[in-house]
Design a protein around this ligand. Sequence first.
Ligand code: PMP
Length: 324
Amino acid sequence: MTQNNSQRYAFFQGQIVPFEQAKVSVMTHAFNYGTGVFEGMRGYWNEEKQEIYLVLIREHYRRFLRNTRMVFIDVPYTVDQLTDITVELIRKHEYREDIYIRPLAYKSSETIGVSMEGVADDLAILAVPFGNYVPMDRGLAVCVSSWKRTDDNAIPARAKITGNYINSALAKNEAVLNGYDEALVLNGQGLVSEASAANVFILRDGVLITPGFADTILEGLTRDMIIKLAKDELEVPTVERPLARSELYYAEEMFLCGTGVQLAGVTSVDKRTVGSGRVGPITSQLQRLYMDVVKGRVPKYLDWLTPVNQTSRVDIPVVAASAS
Ligand code: PMP
């Protein structure tokens, strides 16, 4: 039963609508002031099982609801309801490829003035085909950005606030303009926080080191998965602690991880070679393992995944696409 697969949909204002109808006004509060909170999740197509696996979808929605609450955006759904809506939205596309899912809760009133009191909230979710965000077949060249991470008492990095991503955009853009693949950003204390849209790990003396939750980072879910996989499958421990910039130059291995980035090795930082100059052995093993896990090839970790086709259906209001 194949329908028009080129038709795309979004969940918008309480129903699934044709993508073209999911539009906001130029006066929308969030468009003007960055008053939104978003998530980024992936779904991986498994050809053998004819299934799309959503990675840690409930954990993503738990983080989403924590963050929307932090910034006074009301989302009238539970984690389970958001999961059901997302599964139905994806099913509607009949995707047979890897996808990216973007939930976005935002201040939706058309009003001038930054106060959020009395300003309405809305929720949009979209799901689009998506490949690699950064190269996976070679090591990345990264630099330390001249842009600092926004302070926790200015715009909390952990909250995934739309307006905060100008900070990531400036860092990434500067890196690309200067010929690098990615940027590492220091926090207000001058310590390493994370990359523009990924967490960072280094390996020293057989131990992985990554900045902790108080070091102005997003509490990355991929970071969590990697810490567990490294410990349980490779017997490599991770220490979460402040990481000085100059320690980056001592790293034997380095990698970035995140939903978009997946797990990407770093082979130079500020023009200094990391380790041997090739993606390190622990990094390569973790990359292979991570990709196997998220694609549903490791039975032990299937409970991190939600299979779209095997999940029972729920009724979500759908607006039909027009015939044109
Ligand atoms: N840091 C930042 C700034 C990010 O935008 C992301 C991507 N969501 C991450 C880290 C990685 O987080 P996760 O593994 O949950 O995708």
